[in-house]
Write a protein that binds this ligand. Structure first.
Ligand SMILES: NC(=O)c1ccc[n+]([C@@H]2O[C@H](COP(=O)([O-])OP(=O)(O)OC[C@H]3O[C@@H](n4cnc5c(N)ncnc54)[C@H](O)[C@@H]3O)[C@@H](O)[C@H]2O)c1
Length: 347
């Protein structure tokens, strides 16, 4: 591990940014220099109260932010001058406008799934392609759904079991913090195109995955739910498939028999386990629902969209900084510091 800590800034302190900032603070090899935003409400005031150094991403917002009582330490350019890597967690499309600014400052940049693959030419899921991001200027963490798709399908591929996969994704309507003004009620809205974007997006990480996704938006605000039908390379035993998921990183088993019978059960469990914000960074896969029939495999899992990409962001920082060479080493540090598990209810 590098002697010097990697200096990190987070631009955009929203759903993803505040979680990435907290995770950076936990890393022994990173220093959180500060966070930057444009908002003046409780979200950014909280950063100030938590003693984070707050910067203004747009010079014209400095006055407004100060007037709102936020201690503004400077502009985004001041933050960029003091960091090695910036994690851009701004809303979809804004990141793309920031790339040139990061390049001009000589700062490496991690973008999120709202941006296009073409922005960086590299999309990241630690377990699948950490090493190809080593030393790059920029990468993009794929979306929450795509991250879970790549984690699970790469687990099957690495066990020599994956031929092709077809998935149905039931997405949450909106995030809880903004459910006062967006989201749907009492309906389910199918995405108008098949494949939905998550399948092709997974192929930006692993180009030869044979995967098709179909998606719909449902009327709840927390977590996504996936249903997969996978053709295996050969008839397999159920236990072999479970073992493939068990040994892969960032997939944890849940069970109907433990009373984890729906999305709300897992949300409750994360809070009971004392997870920060009730976050679940792992893909939660129902062990006792998974079924194998000859060469066909069926399973369902839950994705905590607000949190699943956080460990990938941490690993991407190390990959771009070149401070840890092997993906498995970075994954180990990240997972230990966050307190991730392979099975939420095993002793
Ligand atoms: N919310 C999720 O579940 C989720 C999951 C995975 C990936 N993502 C991706 O992460 C990215 C961020 O999404 P989010 O949900 O955290 O959004 P968010 O709206 O919760 O947070 C965005 C933050 O950026 C700030 N901001 C707005 N304009 C800015 C600017 N010009 N400069 C700096 N900050 C600015 C906002 O004030 C807000 O605090 C998007 O690309 C999104 O697609 C979101």
């Amino acid at each position: 591990m590098a002697k010097n800590k990697v200096r990190v800034g987070v631009n955009g302190y929203g759903v993803i940014g505040k979680r990435v900032a907290d995770a950076v603070l936990l890393q022994p090899d990173m220093e959180l220099v500060g966070v930057s935003d444009v908002a003046t409400d409780y979200r950014v005031k909280t950063a100030s109260i938590l003693d984070l150094r707050v910067f203004s991403s747009l010079p014209e917002k400095v006055g407004e932010m100060k007037a709102a009582g936020i201690r503004v330490e400077g502009t985004l350019d001041d933050l960029l001058a003091a960091v090695d890597v910036v994690v851009d967690c701004t809303p979809k499309g804004i990141g793309a406008r920031n790339l040139e600014r990061y390049r001009a400052a000589g700062v490496k940049a991690v973008f999120q799934g709202g941006e296009k693959h073409s922005l960086t030419g590299h999309s990241f899921v630690a377990q699948a392609n950490y090493e190809t991001a080593l030393g790059r200027d920029a990468t993009r963490i794929v979306s929450c759904n795509t991250t879970s798709t790549v984690r699970t399908l790469v687990a099957l591929r690495d066990a020599g079991l994956l031929k092709k996969a077809r998935g149905v994704l039931v997405r949450r309507a909106t995030d809880p913090w903004e459910s006062d003004h967006s989201g749907i009620m009492n309906t389910v809205v199918p995405e108008p195109h098949i494949p939905s974007h998550q399948g092709p997006d997974a192929q930006t990480v692993v180009s030869d995955l044979d995967v098709v996704t179909i998606a719909a938006k449902a009327a709840h605000t927390q977590t996504h739910n996936h249903y997969w039908v996978v053709e295996l390379t050969r008839p397999a035993r159920r236990e072999e498939v479970l073992e493939a998921f068990r040994v892969a990183p960032r997939i944890a088993f849940i069970r109907m028999s433990d009373g984890i019978v729906a999305l709300n059960s897992t949300i409750e469990l994360m809070k009971d386990l004392g997870r920060p914000r009730g976050d679940m960074w792992e893909v939660a896969l129902w062990e006792d629902v998974l079924t194998v029939n000859g060469q066909e495999l069926y399973y369902t899992y839950q994705v905590y969209n607000e949190a699943i990409v956080v460990p990938e962001n941490i690993d991407a920082i190390r990959a771009l900084a070149g401070s840890v060479e092997r993906g498995e080493d970075s994954i180990r540090i990240t997972d230990e510091t966050l307190g991730m598990r392979r099975d939420f209810l095993a002793g």
